[in-house]
Design a protein around this ligand. Structure first.
Ligand code: ADP
Ligand code: MG
Length: 401
């Protein structure tokens, strides 16, 4: 697979991209405040800037495209890319031109007249129903806008959508962006010959979301630690009384099978020995109890300090660490300690440490800048990072090859 560096070559001044119309698919699907529309986290914009800058410096006419939110094939102001364009302009100093649509005469005219210091940001790709349907017609219209295709949208690479899959296959000069490359290299290290001992930490809301990930990790890891709501189902499968805790009753047999598989493969499975409980999700205080003594009328909302210690002992010996899924209801301060403590310990591990998953990445950032900096890689792709761990091929990556 080629990267944008290969397309530019040694000499950016004499680059083959000079004067070319370069379409860069990015993941600018940023979180926004529901009421005001204000961007609440611009990391996805920041992460794409190195690739955009390379293309701009190589003298390309840069056309940036992304989806935003879930407009379901309809034009709606609430998911317009205009505020994203404003943030990109503020971060880079470029003049960011946003045509009223992503295909047709409006973007064509802007691209034709593009001057140095300007870039084009197309309107929301998902305003067209064809985007999510991988529609060839929409892809053809997008192909008319450009000479070269670059995909830097790792967060969208697991979707066979028109701008990610059908479009690149229509363009001979296509390549991965720098963020895409960084993500594939970091996550690739977890799949191909990870250094041992390999410790995985899984949590989050549901076992059912993560079955394939657990199965895949059981083939690779030496230690699997499970926390968060996901652990409740495993504890209940072992006969613990979890009372009001969130449990997936229909996944109890599966949890038993996974516990047996771990045993058969010699994977050390660490489940919580203590949990922080409260009477409801709105509680502002919790109590640490043994998993054998969860009081009736309460639910487990975080892992306790003895469990953090058990997980910490494994992490400190690890050469490779992968983490997906918070250890508790970390959005509430009373139940964030387990997640933040695990993040803090992980940030000091000398081995190779990777976090994947939307909420997990948010949790590491919420734990603090110093902690986030201690990780080798925080993936920008939730679903995409999990599919790579599961050993699946990503349509967006496939289409670049
Ligand atoms: P990711 O996005 O990183 O893959 P998930 O979406 O699977 O993670 O899970 C994240 C959510 O799980 C968070 O909103 C968190 O509050 C919730 N959660 C974790 N543990 C618990 C728990 N014990 N009870 C209720 N919710 C929990
Ligand atoms: Mg999530």
């Amino acid at each position: 697979m080629r990267t944008i560096e290969d397309l530019i070559g040694e000499d950016a001044q004499a680059s083959s991209l000079a004067g070319k119309r370069v379409f860069v698919r990015v993941d600018f699907n940023v979180p926004q405040d529901k009421k005001t529309g204000a961007i609440t986290d611009d990391s996805r914009i920041r992460e794409a800037i190195p690739t955009l800058e390379r293309a701009v410096k190589a003298g390309a006419k840069v056309i940036i495209a992304s989806h935003l939110g879930r407009p379901k094939g309809k034009r709606e102001e609430a998911s317009s890319m205009v505020p994203v364009g404003e943030r990109l302009a503020a971060l880079t100093g470029w003049e960011v031109l946003v045509p009223e649509d992503s295909v047709g005469d409006a973007p064509k005219a802007l691209i034709h007249n593009l001057r140095s210091g300007q870039v084009v940001l197309l309107e929301n790709l998902r305003w067209h129903a064809g985007e999510e349907k991988n529609d060839e017609e929409l892809a053809k219209q997008l192909a008319e806008l450009c000479d070269v295709y670059v995909n830097d949208a790792f967060g969208a690479a697991h979707r066979a959508h028109a701008s990610v899959h059908a479009l690149p296959r229509m363009i001979r000069d296509r390549a991965a962006g720098l963020l895409m490359k960084k993500e594939l290299e970091a996550l690739g290290r977890l799949v191909q010959a990870p250094a041992k001992p390999y410790v995985a930490v899984l949590g989050g809301s549901k076992v059912s979301d993560k079955i394939d990930v657990v199965e895949a990790l059981l083939q690779k890891v030496d230690v699997l630690c499970i926390g968060g709501a996901m652990a409740n189902t495993f504890l209940a499968a072992q006969g613990k009384k979890m009372h009001k805790s969130r449990i997936e009753e229909d996944k109890l047999p599966l949890a038993r099978t996974l516990i047996e598989k771990a045993q058969m493969r010699g994977v050390k499975l660490i489940l919580p020995v203590d949990v922080v409980v409260a009477e409801s999700l709105d509680a502002t205080e919790g109590t640490d109890v043994s998993v054998d003594a969860v009081p009736a009328g309460t639910m487990a909302l975080d892992i306790g300090p003895r469990t953090v210690e058990l997980i910490g002992n494994e992490l400190r010996k690890a050469a490779t660490v992968f983490w997906n899924g918070p250890m508790g209801l970390f959005e509430t301060p009373a139940f964030s300690k387990g997640t933040f403590d695990v993040a803090r310990i992980m940030s000091t591990v000398s081995g190779f440490t990777v976090v994947g998953g939307g909420d997990s990445a948010a949790a590491v950032k919420a734990a603090g800048d110093d902690i986030a900096k201690g990780f080798d890689h925080i993936s920008t792709g939730g679903g995409a990072s999990l599919e790579l761990i599961e050993g699946k091929k990503l349509p967006g990556v496939d289409a670049l090859q």
